[in-house]
Design a protein around this ligand. Structure first.
Ligand code: NAP
Length: 376
């Protein structure tokens, strides 16, 4: 029998990906879909205007008929019969809703609300399975029967996964990252706005400046994403830190980053500059990434990709249009690996899918791991 699961924030961009990744899952069965008061009380199909010109369904795959017919519930009144919740709520709503549900049931979340408490951890299968013991501490401290396990920020994922084997094999002194992040990382309203801007701007170039509105996505780069850089730095050091049975001791290397929004639909691309502790060469770095496997691969979990990291030898790859969906969007793709002028210095490009590994499918993989290892 499959485990009955509910999706919180099911009508949003990440929520829709949860639907696609769970509707035929061998271990989980969708029995509840929840969103804001705007959508509650209507069928999932009606809440999304599915099939109409004003449709809010963004994904390439299709939801099944029986899913479209489920009546969307209010997140404040989840069904008692559900044993596991996946959350794709905005962080402000997630703090209260996820906390209430976790008193009784496990919640795997893509929101940031529970990422930074002393009794919580961000979970990225392939990077920090050893931190799962924090669940016991969270339950004891809060008196919860369930738990909240948040995923890292989608921008942290490519960076942290790429650093994991390098940190273990050669050590790290310094890391600098510059991101080029997809519009879909900002939610379904942002994707809708971008589509509008593309219609208005058309194909003619150049357009007079007065026709642009500030912070437009199309034909532009926005060099600031609120709170993103702080999240990436904190989460990367936490993910690569050590769990001593009571707390997570952060990794000790220095890290700086700068985040940019670019007119790309899916896939966060990052330029990364590192200095390793120990001397190594480009081929050793590539070998370290290529041979790396995580617990998700060892346990052969349903959503695991064959490789957590794919390395390309071309200097002009990865590119989000062509490489974001490598191995179902569940691995990170690295390319353009070169040494540079700094001592033990290297640079590379890493790409990860922000709404697959970086959100819904990554959260489903986390749930598979926690189920397989007895935490759920
Ligand atoms: N997009 C990404 O690439 C990405 C990646 C990783 C993590 N995340 C995180 O995942 C979460 C969801 O992101 P998203 O991009 O899917 O956002 P989104 O497209 O804006 O969807 C938000 C969802 O939450 C519901 N909602 C909004 N306010 C609510 C409230 N006050 N009470 C209850 N439900 C509410 C919405 O329901 P209605 O349709 O009824 O308004 C919708 O279902 C966020 O925390 C985000 O930071 C996103």
């Amino acid at each position: 029998m499959r485990i009955p699961v509910g999706i919180l924030g099911a009508t949003g961009e990440v929520g829709q990906k949860f639907v696609l990744n769970l509707q035929e899952h061998p271990w989980f069965e969708i029995v509840g879909l929840y969103a804001s008061k705007r959508s509650a009380g209507r069928t999932y199909g009606k809440a999304l205007n599915y099939g109409e010109e004003t449709s809010r369904w963004f994904c390439a795959g299709e939801p099944k008929r029986d899913i479209l017919d489920i009546q969307v519930g209010n997140v404040d009144e989840p069904d008692e019969g559900i044993d596991l919740f996946f959350s794709a709520l905005p962080s402000e709503a997630a703090l209260d809703v996820e906390g209430k549900i976790a008193k009784k049931k496990p919640v795997i979340s893509t929101a940031s609300a529970y990422r930074y408490f002393d009794d919580s951890f961000v979970f990225l299968p392939g990077v920090n399975e050893s931190h799962a013991g924090m669940i016991k501490i969270q339950r004891e401290r809060r008196g919860w029967k369930g738990f909240v396990v948040p995923q890292p920020n989608c921008t942290t994922i490519g960076l942290a996964m790429s650093l994991k084997p390098i940190y273990a094999d050669f050590g790290l002194r310094r890391v600098i990252m510059v991101s080029m992040q997809a519009v879909s990382g900002a939610g379904y309203e942002a994707v809708g706005k971008w589509a509008e801007q593309r219609k208005i701007q058309g194909i003619e170039l150049p357009r007079p400046l007065e026709e642009f509105i500030p912070n437009t996505f199309e034909g532009n780069v926005i060099p600031h994403i609120p709170k993103e850089e702080e999240k990436v730095k904190r989460e990367t050091l936490k993910l690569l830190g050590e769990f001593d049975g009571e707390r997570i001791k952060q990794a000790s290397f220095q890290i700086a980053c700068k985040c940019n929004r670019v007119p790309v639909l899916e896939g966060h691309t990052e330029s990364v500059f590192i200095e390793t502790e120990r001397k190594c060469g480009v081929n050793e770095l590539k070998e370290s990434w290529r041979k790396y496997r995580g617990e998700a691969q060892r346990l052969n979990l349903p959503s695991a990709s064959p490789h957590p990291i794919v390395v390309k030898d071309e200097v002009d790859r990865p590119q989000p249009r062509f490489d974001a969906n490598t191995e179902g969007g569940m691995c990170v793709v690295i390319g353009g690996v070169e040494s540079n002028v700094f001592e033990n210095g290297f640079q590379y490009t890493v790409l990860s899918h922000n709404t697959e590994l970086g959100a819904a499918k990554g959260a489903v993989l986390a749930a598979e791991y926690l189920l397989k290892t007895g935490w759920i």
